[in-house]
Every structure is written in structure tokens, then in C-alpha cells.
Design a protein around this ligand. Structure first.
Ligand SMILES: [Ca+2]
Length: 196
């Protein structure tokens, strides 16, 4: 094939793909880039919040591989034993939302009844050491609920130096189930959690 004919073929193919991409709703949407978490701004109404949740869900799935979306506002990482919920407009998350056998960390104080416009809940149901940075949520946690089997101890920590995690981490608090803390003593400082 001559160069000009090849160029024309490529151009036609490209145009065809562009048409295909624009033809179906959703296909033309840019894939979420796991860079910065989408921001909802300082003030949102219910409709804006619902749209922001959709954006944040897409961002979270791209940012933290291995998750599967199980509802409008919930993602589960089965292999890690972790789930994330983004409260819907009007939702008031309470302690009761942290299911039995889970330890839950909330982005806002009072189990997300505080002032944050972009609240979240991470629930852990397996033992291990988890870096909240894996979900893009270091330095945000403000309350937590240890609803594991009675007597199970959980810990939260912060890194000595977030830019060099080789320097280790320090315990902020421990919790013996069932125990709830509406305000974590070091607000917006949690980097790591050990559910058990
Ligand atoms: Ca917070």
C-alpha cells in the first residue's frame, strides 16, 4: 500500500473510532486517572453530592485495584477484606452502620455526622496491617468503631515520616471491641490500621 493510501486508511479508521466513541453514552467519558481524588468543593447540595460520589467511585476503583462495586456507593476488595462506603446525600452514618465483626474508620468526626462534605467509611474484616494511603485516605480519619468480636484489639498508627515510611510508625490509639471513638485523639493523622 502506498504511503498516501495508508495515511488515508488510518484517517478513516480514526474517524470511525471517534464516531463510535461519541455514539454511545458513557463511551466518550474520559477514564478516571488515579491521580488526585476528585473534589466536591466546599458546599454541595444533594444532586452535586450524588454526582461527586459517582466520580469518587470511579476514581477509587482506578486508584485501588482489585475492588468490585457492589452498589451505587460501595466497593469491596474481597482479597484484602476491606470495603469502602461513600455516604449518599442525606445519609447520616451511625455506629450501627459498622457491621458486626468489622472495624470501621470514618473520614469525619462522630461517625460522619461532622462537618466534612466528602465523608467516607472504610471497613476492615481481616487481620493485618493496612496503609490507608492505599485508598488515598491518609491523614483524614476522624472517628472509628471497633465492632469486631468482643475483646478483639485494633490499633491505629501514623508514620514518623510520610515521605520515608522506612522510618517506622507510632501508635495513636488502641481499641478493644466493642468500642467506639467519635473523635480520634490525633485528628486527621491516621496513616495505618491493624484491625487485629
Ligand atoms: Ca477528617
Amino acid at each position: 500500500m502506498k504511503a498516501r493510501a495508508l495515511r488515508r486508511t488510518v484517517a478513516v479508521l480514526t474517524a470511525g473510532l471517534a464516531v463510535l466513541g461519541l455514539a454511545g453514552p458513557g463511551l466518550s467519558q474520559a477514564a478516571p486517572t488515579p491521580g488526585a481524588m476528585p473534589s466536591v468543593g466546599s458546599s454541595v447540595d444533594g444532586q452535586q453530592r450524588a454526582a461527586a460520589i459517582q466520580q469518587e467511585m470511579a476514581w477509587q476503583l482506578a486508584h485501588t485495584p482489585g475492588g468490585r462495586q457492589v452498589g451505587t456507593n460501595k466497593i469491596v476488595w474481597d482479597k484484602m477484606g476491606v470495603e469502602l462506603t461513600l455516604p449518599m446525600p442525606g445519609d447520616k452514618t451511625t455506629m450501627a452502620n459498622c457491621a458486626y465483626r468489622l472495624v470501621c474508620v470514618f473520614g469525619d468526626t462522630d461517625y460522619n455526622n461532622g462537618p466534612d462534605v466528602q465523608p467516607w467509611v472504610l471497613g476492615f474484616y481481616d487481620c493485618g496491617l493496612f496503609d490507608l494511603g492505599q485508598w488515598g485516605r491518609r491523614n483524614q480519619a476522624s472517628s472509628w468503631d471497633n465492632n469486631q468480636t468482643p475483646g478483639t484489639v485494633a490499633w491505629i498508627y501514623y508514620y514518623r515520616d510520610e515521605n520515608n515510611t522506612q522510618n517506622g510508625f507510632i501508635q495513636i490509639q488502641s481499641s478493644i471491641a466493642p468500642q467506639q471513638d467519635p473523635t480520634i485523639s490525633w485528628n486527621d493523622a491516621v496513616d495505618l490500621i491493624r484491625p487485629c
